[in-house]
Design a protein around this ligand. Sequence first.
Ligand code: PLP
Length: 394
Amino acid sequence: MQEANRLKRLPLYLFTIIDELKRRARERGVDVIDFGMGSPDKPAPAHVIEKLCQAAHVTENHRYSRADGDVEKRLRQAIAKWYHKKFNVVLDPNTEVLPLIGSKEGIAHLSLAYLNNDDIALVPSPAYPVHFNGVIMAGGILVNVPMTPENGFLPQLENIPKEVVKMAKLIFLSYPHNPTGAVCDIKFFEHVVQWATGKDIIVAHDLTYSDIVFDGYKAPSFLQVKGAREIGIEFHTLSKSYNMAGWRIGFVVGNAQILKTLSKTKSYVDFGIFRAVQEAATAALEGPQDFVDDMVKLYKERRDALVDGLNSIGWKTEKPKATFYVWTRIPAKYSALTALEFATLMVDEIGVAVAPGTGFGEYGEGWVRFALVEPTDRIKIAIGKIKKLLEEQA
Ligand SMILES: Cc1ncc(COP(=O)(O)O)c(C=O)c1O
């Protein structure tokens, strides 16, 4: 049975390969230190788990979710309030807020909602995979916009050829950025709005990591810029700020027309979010936020342990100002290897798993990503193992 061409066009999912290597290493009895996936290792806040349990006992919550239900309305209001408090952005909870079954779902469906076969989507590379995979699945034309450390991993919009811009209908952006940990300031967003206005290009900004910031950096919202709401939307999620990755709840805010079209697309394929999860999400957004500060402290400690550790053994690596990722070039000694070959060697030789940069697109070649989802003591053990590997090969 032949799968559809759109599936054949998708790049190899490199995590599957790394997962298989991890599985084999574990079978050999290796205790794999896993920096591969960005899946938080700590639980959601206790009061949020408690709310989920209570809400799961309510019979009405077991029915299909409906946009005009009370639970649904309360969640949209909580999202709007949270946005106002955090970013001073005022949103209409009924038209400018759309909850999602995780932001990944919404990002994929956005491409499906807008791209015809001759429409281009501009995706900075490297990127979080659904930004480009969603375009391919929808049958649109994917154009990678290269990002380099020299430009602070910001796309150079002026360098995109005019003919490409003319055919472009969508651009995906995401700061703080996965996988590079790069950040931007509000001036960059002002430039984006200026560039996109009048071009009929939807700007989809993914703000997943706005809470995971260090060293005094504050992540702006794209919607803080005047005119942004006319051309764009912003995705967010509870997966990272509240350790609710497996719960599948995120949201998108901004341009009401775009949200209506996205909602229409979704109405043909899903029935919304389990209402008990919506109630718990409302509790997370409205409840005490010191949980988030504690998580940031923990990630900072891990970031410092990893980056200081890598630098101390000669693997030159920069500290990111945000996200729980560390993006670093393959050590010079191994520069003849591809990112996948190097990541494979790490698992096979020392039982340390990282994500190969090419899992995030072609411009990720030569790099690997560490996700800070292992405790500090295990990070230190990993540094010891990496040190041995680097010395062995000297
Ligand atoms: C940039 C970015 N966007 C979206 C997501 C997906 O988040 P969710 O769990 O809400 O689908 C992730 C998850 O790692 C991410 O890194």
